[in-house]
Design a protein around this ligand. Structure first.
Ligand SMILES: [Fe+2]
Ligand SMILES: [Fe+2]
Length: 275
């Protein structure tokens, strides 16, 4: 199975530009959608890991849905700190996996060889993330309930320190409690996050944890200063996951969006290495 992760699309209402009229997040997202649609082999489904919109307004979700509606594969959404999780849960009417009357947007999708679990790490009014007691209990219960298949978790906030101070001071605050639960459930094979706006990976207690790159604006790789994060228009990309049921593992790739020179052969038609 092949999964695409799209994250932090920060869509504004009616195609408005973001951050002082610099960022055309809608145009960037259209390119991401076209890239996913033409990817070979075809992508089985996409996850969108939060900050779908810039401020959680219904007008922004309308714009987002208009663009994502062209995606030729199923897609699943979870909220980030820029979303309004109640608006999000009510807005996507055709998305029957979404809880409608809950406070938190936690859900299980049980129709693929891996169990998919979306976790809501948002805290109303805050940029940092946290899994509240209710969500931790929900996670524990559902990991017990769906213990037979390997599990792929996805959530917005990263449960580790990336080294980028301006994003780490708004990461998942109770990652210790989160990983204490995961220790008892070895079926969890990978955790996919967003929020940091750049590709980062680590391993925690044997579980791969990754952050997706951004299809629009990246957070600069600043491992030194302790100021607020700054954004930079680095090449846009998505993360891809290959889920291998036989080996029960997850392989991750980056796929850059745009036209690039190549591919060029390493070898001649006679099989000789080209100088
Ligand atoms: Fe974001
Ligand atoms: Fe975020």
């Amino acid at each position: 199975m092949l999964i695409a992760q799209i994250t932090d699309t920060h869509i504004k209402p009616n195609g408005a530009l973001a951050y002082g009229n610099i960022l055309d997040s809608a145009s960037c997202l259209k390119k991401v959608v076209a890239h996913c649609n033409k990817f070979c082999p075809s992508i089985d489904f996409a996850i969108v890991t939060g900050d779908l919109t810039d401020s959680g307004q219904i007008e922004e979700y309308k714009e987002f849905e208009k663009i994502l509606g062209s995606l030729q594969m199923p897609w699943f959404v979870i909220p980030g700190n820029h979303d309004n999780n109640l608006n999000l849960m009510k807005f996507f009417k055709k998305h029957d996996y979404l809880p409608r009357n809950e406070k938190y947007c936690n859900y299980v999708i049980d129709k693929y060889p891996f169990t998919l679990m979306g976790l809501d790490t948002t805290v109303p009014g805050e940029n940092y993330g946290e899994l509240c007691d209710e969500s931790l209990r929900w996670l524990e219960l559902n990991l017990k309930r769906y213990s037979k298949k390997p599990t792929f978790l996805f959530m917005h906030h990263h449960p580790f320190l990336s080294g980028i101070y301006g994003m780490d001071n708004q990461n998942l605050k109770n990652s210790f409690e989160f990983f204490e639960i995961l220790k008892l459930h070895p079926q969890v094979k990978h955790i996919a996050c967003g929020h940091v706006h750049r590709a980062t990976e680590t391993v925690i207690n044997g579980i791969g944890v990754s952050i997706a790159p951004n299809g629009a604006h990246s957070v600069g790789l600043d491992l030194v200063s302790e100021g607020p994060p700054m954004f930079i228009m680095e090449p846009s990309a998505i993360r891809l996951f290959q889920l291998n049921l036989e080996k029960q593992n997850v392989i991750t790739h980056l796929s850059y969006i745009g036209e690039f020179n190549g591919p060029h052969p390493f070898y001649s038609e006679k099989g000789e290495l080209l100088n």
